[in-house]
Design a protein around this ligand. Structure first.
Ligand code: PLP
Length: 865
């Protein structure tokens, strides 16, 4: 029999233990071991059997156990201590408050809204599919630890992402367990009168779509999650938030409209009800939430927000100034695109953002550049047009993104495309095993201080023997977890218990352990390690220096190719002669990941360069005393040093997905493991400690540790993007017509640009032979038409020249106005000392200039000599 309705009855705790309810309701427990210890102490076995889910645990503990605990003074005292610690964490001053007080002249935004289609915060709130969601979760947690005033905005999916199991034939089988929101660590937002807070959004040809708003408390950070699955919505609308990345194109458009448009409305409701400050900066994590910019234009044009009744162009300027867009994929196929006609239907007169002209919205997502498809609406393109500041997620990815989106700024070289980069990071308190943190705190380091360098440097003082015994304990824990998972998986695959005795000896806590876990899109090359099965087998079964591999990863449910790769890998791992040395663990998620990273000695990553935008799993491994063995892609390309691990040479020049490239890179991988990695791991002193290896771990902790932190990442976002965005928005708001003037200025510059020309350039001071130290004097005669000299910057662009006379490694020196003539013509002068020998070249160009532009390329126009 199926229930027609389900709900979860929340328990009533003894009054002495009531704070446990508060501790369970704030997700800070998920990165706070002392809180976890309190839950474990209630009932260790049950804590494991409920999957470390405090809400479920509290609901299942029998009354007799509560009575015992309530009578245990020491336990009650600890509960109250941890609750007091949470209260001080939530309300006390943290880095953001200290840093902003120390720099009163800088702009520190009062609030930042962070939109993402997925958030991976804990295994018990499965609202993520992979790296993007984990990153968003780590962003919120690090913001909370820093005291940065961020509010997250996302959707609550009834099914979360799928669970992966294997069939007997090693084929991926998906299931979508239903989540009961009442059993999740979230609570509904209510109006002051006690009624449920909802937002609504117009839908073409139907009633309005409604959403209720759940709030998850991620430490100090509220995360608003919109949910359409409740009685007031008609049946088809209830399915809008049914599952993450599920359904057809129209379904996804509905989800993205709800996230962007509905998300802004939810934020407004949240501020109205709770008094939370209005966000000054809006951050779009990947293109999916981009419609938030359209909703903000609607608010500003209708006068619901701001000074009232702006025109579209002015509202666009206000919105852009305060919006940050992060792009995450270097793969063009990974970009979200919709049929233009569908967007027209959903954003037309009867659509989600009434009053915003649909043709102007369509223009924002139009691929109106060379090679673009006129029939599609591109969410990344809209993202760039609606955000004045944009970034990729590693230096290499920034470079790739500038190339990939150069079409939006065709007049400029790739280097000047206004997309910067901020390299991702990971939230150490979530991902680092408490035993590893303990090694540093035993040396007096402060895990909760502002000085990350000092904390990670403390590992230099930890004796090698302690490092090594801790690593062994972590390996042992991983082995135990892997065996448990293997057994469960084989039972599901239909094996009889008698067939499974071998699992007791699968993996070995003293063998060099290599981890490989990630989603399974083809560029990540799950099966590269199988390229030469004979060689791999020899490495696994080496008589003195064996290695063992722990592999995990989900293929997208629609990706048959990915499922075939998993099958190939599992079939290899099923073979009797190697199954004790290579295992595939189904259902890669946070719960699997937590013991996996600390238990590995080496983290393997072999994507096709440069398709890994950043990658973060190798960072988590590094913080846990792991060395990276990776293609130089993403973050590893940026920060690799010989003391942190090994780069796998990448055959970049060869075609992607070619056999030749895979052969070369796989052979390099085997060579490295055989000749470098394994010999070093097994080179131990009299006490069994691999001295050289441990030295590498210490270097990794001390030098790499502080870089890969999510707190470093969030501080970078604040310094490079959030604070400047807030400063510009305040400047715009300072004068009554600031935004209107800026919009009008842009319109004037664009329409007059056709008459802007560099007419003539004279150079003095140089003859045929020039020596270092010579001065170059330049006079440039330019026509500006209707524009004034103040509207532009005339620049001397200079640098090395290559064989084709193209300028490379350029620098820019502004020229100054010296004289104006009739007919909008002007002379600009400048000089330059030639500082270095070699081929040198220069040119002169004119670009728009305004104090509120972030880059010369922003308007996309330039006039070259
Ligand atoms: C860290 C993590 C990821 C992302 O790892 P990448 O290196 O970016 O592929 C994905 N899933 C889980 C469960 C993770 O913990």
């Amino acid at each position: 029999m199926r229930a027609i309705r389900r709900f979860t009855v929340r328990p009533v705790l003894p009054v002495e233990l009531a704070p446990l309810g508060e501790l369970a309701a704030n997700l800070r427990w998920s990165w706070h071991p002392p809180t976890q210890a309190l839950f474990a102490e209630i009932d260790d076995e049950r804590w494991a059997s409920v999957g470390h889910d405090p809400i479920r645990l509290l609901g299942e503990v029998p009354a007799t156990r509560w009575d015992e605990l309530a009578a245990d003074e020491s336990y009650v005292a600890r509960v109250h201590d941890v609750r007091a610690d949470l209260a001080s964490y939530l309300t006390g001053e943290r880095w953001y408050q200290r840093a902003s007080a120390a720099a009163p002249d800088e702009t520190w935004p009062a609030s930042i809204a962070y939109f993402s289609p997925e958030f991976g915060i804990t295994a018990v709130l499965p609202q993520y599919s992979g790296g993007l969601g984990i990153l968003a979760g780590d962003h919120l947690k690090a913001a909370s630890d820093l005291g940065a005033p961020i509010v997250g905005v996302g959707l609550l999916y009834r099914h979360g992402y799928f669970k992966q199991a294997l069939s007997r034939e090693a084929w991926q089988v998906e299931s979508y367990p239903v989540l009961d929101p009442d059993g999740l660590p979230i609570s509904l937002l209510h109006e002051e009168d006690g009624s449920r807070a909802t937002i609504s959004m117009r839908m073409p040809g139907g009633p309005d779509l409604l959403a209720r708003i759940w709030v998850a408390s991620v430490g100090r950070v509220p995360l608003l999650l919109l949910d359409t699955d409740f009685e007031e919505n008609p049946e088809p609308y209830r399915l809008v938030t049914d599952r993450l990345y599920g359904g057809n194109t129209e379904h996804r458009l509905r989800q993205e409209l709800l996230l962007g448009v509905g998300g802004v409305r939810a934020l407004r409701a949240f501020s109205r009800i709770t008094g939370a400050p209005t966000p000054e900066v809006f951050h779009t994590n990947e293109g999916h939430a981009g419609f938030l910019g359209v909703e903000r234009i609607r608010e500003l044009t209708t006068g619901e927000q701001g000074a009232g009744g702006l025109d579209f162009a002015t509202a666009l300027e206000v919105g852009r100034t305060s919006t940050v867009f992060t792009t995450h994929t270097p793969v063009p196929a990974g970009i979200d695109r919709f049929p233009r006609t569908l967007v027209e239907q959903y954003l037309g007169d009867q659509g989600a953002t009434p009053g915003v002209p649909v043709d102007l919205v369509l223009g924002l997502g139009a691929e109106d550049y060379e090679g673009g498809d006129p029939g599609v609406f591109n969410m990344a393109v809209m993202g760039f047009r609606l955000a004045q500041r944009a970034n990729g997620v590693s230096q290499l990815h920034g470079h790739v993104s500038r190339g990939m989106f150069n079409g939006l700024w065709p007049a400029f070289d790739e280097a000047e495309v206004p997309i910067t980069s901020i390299t991702n990071g990971v939230h150490a308190p979530t991902w680092v095993a408490p035993e590893v943190v303990g090694l540093a705190t035993a040396q007096g380091a402060d895990a909760d201080g502002d000085d990350a360098e000092a904390f990670w440097a403390a590992f230099d003082k930890v004796p090698g023997r302690e490092v090594w015994s801790t690593k062994r304990a972590l390996r042992e824990r991983l082995v135990a977890d892997a065996r448990r998972r293997l057994r469960r998986s084989w039972e599901k695959r239909g094996a009889a218990p008698a067939e499974l005795a071998w699992i007791d000896d699968a993996l070995d806590p003293d063998v060099l352990t290599i981890g490989f876990a990630r989603r399974v899109p083809s560029y990540k090359r799950l099966t590269l390690m199988l390229r030469d099965p004979v060689r791999l087998k020899a490495l696994l079964l080496h008589p003195e220096r064996p290695v063992q591999l722990v592999v995990a990863g989900k293929a997208h449910p629609a990706d048959e190719g990915g499922k075939r790769l998993i099958q190939e890998l599992v079939r290899f791992a099923d073979a009797e002669d190697v199954r004790h040395r290579i295992v595939f663990l189904p259902n890669y998620d946070i719960a699997l990941a937590l013991p996996l990273y600390p238990g590995c000695d080496v983290w393997l990553n072999n994507p096709l360069r440069p398709y890994e935008a950043c990658g973060t799993s190798g960072m988590k491994a590094a913080l846990n005393g792991g060395l990276n063995l990776s293609i130089l892609d993403g973050w590893w390309d940026e920060w690799y040093e010989p003391e942190f691990g090994w780069p796998i040479p990448s055959a970049d020049g060869l075609e992607d997905y070619s056999d030749k490239r895979d052969d070369l890179e796989a052979a390099a991988l085997y060579d490295l493991i055989e000749n470098e990695v394994a010999p070093r791991f097994y080179d131990v002193d009299g006490e069994g400690v691999p001295v050289r290896w441990v030295e590498m771990l210490r270097h990794t902790w001390a030098q790499l540790g502080p870089k890969v932190l999510a707190t470093r990442m969030v501080r970078d976002y604040i310094a490079k993007l959030y604070a400047p965005a807030a400063a510009y928005s305040r400047l715009l708001a300072e004068t009554p017509d600031g935004a209107r003037d800026l919009a009008a200025w842009k319109a004037r510059v664009r329409s007059a640009w056709g008459d802007v020309r560099v007419e003539h350039v004279e150079a003095a001071g140089i003859g045929d032979t020039v020596e270092v130290g010579a001065g170059l004097v330049v006079h440039a005669y330019v026509a500006l038409g209707e524009l004034a000299p103040d509207d532009v910057e005339v620049q001397l662009v200079h640098g090395r020249v290559d064989a084709e006379d193209d300028l490379v490694d350029t620098a820019v020196a502004p020229l100054r106005i010296v004289e104006s003539y009739d007919g909008g013509r002007h002379r600009f002068d400048g000089d330059l000392e030639l500082g270095r020998p070699g081929p040198f070249g220069y040119t002169v160009r004119v670009v728009p200039r305004h104090p509120l532009l972030v880059a010369p390329a922003e308007l996309g126009v330039v006039a070259l000599a």
